[in-house]
Design a protein around this ligand. Structure first.
Ligand SMILES: Cc1cc2nc3c(=O)[nH]c(=O)nc-3n(C[C@H](O)[C@H](O)[C@H](O)COP(=O)(O)OP(=O)(O)OC[C@H]3O[C@@H](n4cnc5c(N)ncnc54)[C@H](O)[C@@H]3O)c2cc1C
Length: 379
């Protein structure tokens, strides 16, 4: 076994407390949340009280000033437990950093403590019905009128979309331009003209609220343009996306490890032709092959995590990690379902849910085809 060297006793203790919290406060409700299409709001406030939201935010903004390893522990524990409805990673480690890095002092003081306490849930709205991979094709527009902007347009597939109180919205401030005309705005869901549409019916991640959002003449104060200058949106997205892709890689490997372990437990128990399924050479070889690949992925992701802690994780490496680990995750899930036989296809078995949940990892945060484009452009 290759020991993980990035985590010390403090982080192990933190991991234990996250794990216990999730066992008590989340796992028993997951099935209900799947029916509801979203997790409870209460879970967010409870997590906020314990410092599980936005742990990396500085103390003056309501966080605990922890390093990204603490966030990684939370992501891993969520993935390990198959609690795919809980959108903390996006809230804490994607949206909050946009505010920390590009928000005004006033916005940081106002919003970040609310995100850290769970008083506000956040989302990021890039994708539109007609623009996903090609973000330059975004049609939502925010046009300056005096001291405010007027936002019109619609978004789809937005994680935390039903629960969100605050959304980072990608919109064109100059609709004639592509990247150069794109800006990011901090938009509150309570503002007039902001409508939440359907909670979308997905193949997996059923406890996660993924929504359409509509904007009709939403008045945004000019101070809510992130970074204070128009046309910075693409640059800001490019800066933040490697962390998002690292996050996907972290969850992919943790989920694959968990699936492998569930499968090992299962094939030791399950009997066919008078012997445990693990006794068949095919099972042993499949388990061995998966073990090797998951181990390689673990080393890869931990090294990227280390680079990220040193602020050295570059865009192509993060893209490579996202593509390779999520392809592997899906392959592992599929093999593990196969080794469970028919039970692997039953929703009550964690492997069935994990298989369905995993599929989207190759699609969001930039599809794996786009990841390969990014990598190939760097040669
Ligand atoms: C569950 C879920 C949660 C999501 N959460 C969010 C969220 O919180 N916020 C948000 O903004 N978005 C979110 N998304 C949207 C997601 O990021 C997009 O679905 C994704 O970027 C792909 O865009 P698209 O669906 O429009 O596919 P398209 O861009 O239409 O792609 C269709 C196919 O064409 C391929 N393709 C496109 N361009 C190229 C190219 N240049 N070269 C090769 N192949 C290409 C794609 O790889 C894909 O296979 C989420 C999606 C899902 C399903």
């Amino acid at each position: 076994m290759i020991p993980r060297t990035l985590f010390d006793a403090d982080l192990d203790g933190f991991r234990d407390s996250v794990r216990k919290f999730l066992e008590q406060e989340a796992a028993p409700y997951h099935e209900q949340w799947e029916k509801d299409g979203q997790v409870s709001r209460e879970l967010w406030t409870k997590a906020g009280e314990l410092g599980f939201l936005c742990p990396t935010m500085p103390e003056e903004y309501g966080g605990v000033g922890a390093d990204f390893r603490y966030s990684a522990v939370i992501m891993e524990e969520l993935a390990r437990a198959g609690l795919s409805g809980i959108g903390w990673g996006l809230h804490s480690d994607i949206v909050a950093p946009y505010i920390l890095h590009y928000g005004s002092e006033e916005q940081k003081q106002y919003y970040l403590p609310k995100l850290a306490s769970g008083e506000m849930v956040s989302a990021i709205a890039m994708t539109e019905p007609g623009a996903g991979s090609d973000l330059q094709g975004v049609k939502s527009n925010a046009i300056k009128k005096g001291d405010h902007y007027v936002l019109n347009g619609s978004k789809t597939f937005i994680t935390n979309g039903q629960l969100a109180d605050l959304v980072v919205v990608v919109a064109k401030t100059d609709p004639k331009e592509g990247a150069k005309g794109t800006s990011l705005f901090l938009v509150e869901a309570a503002w007039e003209g902001f409508e939440k549409g359907q909670n979308l019916n997905k193949v997996g991640m059923k406890a996660q609220d993924t929504s359409e959002l509509f904007f009709q003449d939403v008045k945004i104060p000019e101070t809510h343009l992130l970074g204070g200058r128009e046309g910075q949106g693409f640059f800001q997205l490019m800066q933040e996306l490697p962390a998002e892709r690292l996050q996907v890689g972290i969850t992919a490997v943790a989920a694959a490890e968990a699936a492998w372990q569930w499968t090992l437990d299962y094939v030791k128990e399950r009997k066919a032709f008078g012997k445990p399924v693990i006794a068949f050479q095919n099972t042993r070889f499949k388990m061995a092959e998966m073990k090797a690949e998951i181990t390689a992925a673990r080393v890869f992701v931990d090294r990227c995590l280390e680079l990220h802690l040193d602020k050295k994780l570059d865009i192509p490496t993060a893209a490579m990690l996202k593509q390779w680990t999520t392809d592997l995750q899906c392959k592992v899930m599929d093999e593990c379902v196969q080794l469970h036989g028919g039970y692997g296809y039953m929703w009550e078995y964690p492997i069935a849910r994990a298989w369905a949940d995993s599929r989207v990892q190759r699609i969001y945060a930039g599809t794996n085809e786009i990841m390969k484009e990014i990598v190939a452009r760097s040669f």
